[in-house]
Design a protein around this ligand. Structure first.
Ligand SMILES: [Fe+2]
Length: 451
């Protein structure tokens, strides 16, 4: 197999038959992949000498004793200790970590933002990250942060990993390439990607400008929710998750690695690309998922189920049934319920709900919740349909109705979310959002049978 000639070309493994080029199907599988023949040891992990003079190294995403352990064996040109030298602290002022409670910012309330516009400034994956909310505590590995990314420039000889978190990336505009230690993920709107804690990567712009949402998970990894009585099918199916095949670079150029560690950022200088894993096997890997393969399940006679019916991925908190984070998808679907108020009902919730619009219109808010926009309904803060949505849903003739051209999501966490100063002061906050409920009128007058 040929070595790469283009310095930014990674040598990539051949693609298994029956899947998309460059990816292997399955959720949390024990994958194995090699970019050069016989680079992967068979039958053992630590041979006395690895083929091609590679170094064997384990990347552990869980404690060694976790059940099941999540780890990947990498066979690489240099061990990771060669991808790290003395550290220098740097400042990325817009990327915040919990706890981040600004005394001048009120997080108590209902908030909604228009899409954060791109600026004239060239921004990459690190400088373009804008934290909107934080929850929990990065130092104790509980909670999360939500971000908007605004990316116009590729990282060049510049790499990053977060020791704090796994990142759930939800593109809304533009296409990005995540060139990671374990292979390449190309990502576009209607797809999501998960980048595990500790995994090194570089982000390139395939089509810009790129904007999207990120959920930074400080806690236990995302997993598939139990389907319970739904059974073995529907919702997100394991085969639709795609992990990349092995790909590596053998380039000796001055390079920078930036590390996020306990909420702080440091850089270290090295003389080569750290994306040098020639072969790997294990169940700790990045992956992507096409949201169009999500099979929604819902009520088929009456009533509106809890939104948890649309959970794509859940990150446990240690308390069964109470997630650190649920990632919930509201996509195209049929509404067929009889004698039912069909939009999401009015409610208050111990969980705090941050929503984003990928495209189209959301049924509880026909106006104002725009593609690229976000909303936050924080812990125990009431919310629900606006006046227009309520009147329409209460008075329409209820035949089968297709909700079309709609894809929104929710990052829901058991912890209250705190707005950053950016979210409160710089992002396009809709000051009049709360007014969408002002016109809801009192209908009750004590008359029996009145509806
Ligand atoms: Fe809600």
């Amino acid at each position: 197999m040929n070595r790469p000639t283009d310095p930014h070309q990674m040598t990539q493994a051949s693609t298994p038959v029956g899947t998309h080029a460059g990816y292997m199907p399955g959720f949390g599988n024990d994958f194995e992949t090699e970019a050069l023949p016989d680079a992967l040891p068979q039958g053992m992990n630590s041979p006395q000498k690895c083929n091609y003079g590679l170094y064997g190294e384990q990347l552990s995403g869980t404690a060694f004793t976790a059940n099941p352990p999540e780890r990947t064996w990498c066979y690489r040109i240099r061990p990771s200790v060669k991808h790290s030298h003395r550290y220098e602290k740097i400042d990325l002022p817009y990327w915040k970590s919990a706890p981040c409670v600004d005394p001048d910012v009120i997080s108590l309330g209902q908030y909604r933002w228009d899409a954060v516009p791109h600026s004239d400034e060239g921004l990459n994956w690190l400088t373009g990250m804008r934290t909107m909310t934080t929850a929990g505590d990065v130092n104790t590995q509980v909670g999360m942060a939500t971000h908007i990314y605004l990316v116009t420039e590729s990282m060049v000889d510049d790499y990053f990993f977060s020791a704090d978190s796994e990142l759930l990336v939800v593109p809304q505009e533009g296409r990005l390439r995540f060139a990671t230690e374990l292979g390449i993920i190309d990502l576009e709107p209607k797809e999501i990607a998960i980048i595990p804690r500790g995994l090194l990567y570089r982000v390139e712009v395939l089509e810009g400008p790129a904007r999207g949402f990120v959920c930074e998970n400080y806690g236990q990894k995302f997993e598939l929710p139990g389907r319970g009585p739904i059974g073995a099918n529907c919702m997100a199916n394991p085969r639709d998750f795609k992990a990349p095949v092995a790909a590596f670079e053998d380039r000796e150029v001055p390079s920078t690695v930036t590390i996020k560690w306990c909420g702080q950022f440091h850089t270290t200088k090295i003389g080569h690309s750290p994306l040098d894993v020639v072969a790997w096997h294990g169940n700790y890997a990045p992956y992507k998922y096409d949201l169009r393969t999500y099979c929604p399940v819902g009520a088929i006679l009456f009533d509106h189920p809890d939104p948890s019916i649309f959970t794509v991925l859940t990150a446990p908190s240690g308390q069964p049934g109470t997630a650190n984070i649920d990632f919930v998808l509201f996509r195209e679907r049929w509404m067929v319920m009889e004698d039912t108020f069909r939009p999401p009902w009015y409610h208050k919730n111990i969980m705090s709900e941050l929503m984003g619009n990928i495209y189209g219109q959301y049924d509880a808010k026909p106006q104002g919740f725009v593609p690229g926009g976000m909303s936050l309904h924080n812990m125990m803060i009431p919310h629900g349909p606006d006046k227009e949505a309520f009147e329409k849903a209460s008075n329409s003739n209820l035949g089968p109705d297709k909700l079309d051209n709609t894809m929104s999501f929710m990052f829901e966490t058991r912890f209250p979310q705190h707005l950053t100063a950016f979210a409160a002061n710089e992002a396009p906050l809709q000051d009049d959002y709360i007014d969408c409920w002002t016109d809801i009128d009192k209908k009750f007058d004590g008359t029996p049978g009145r509806k």
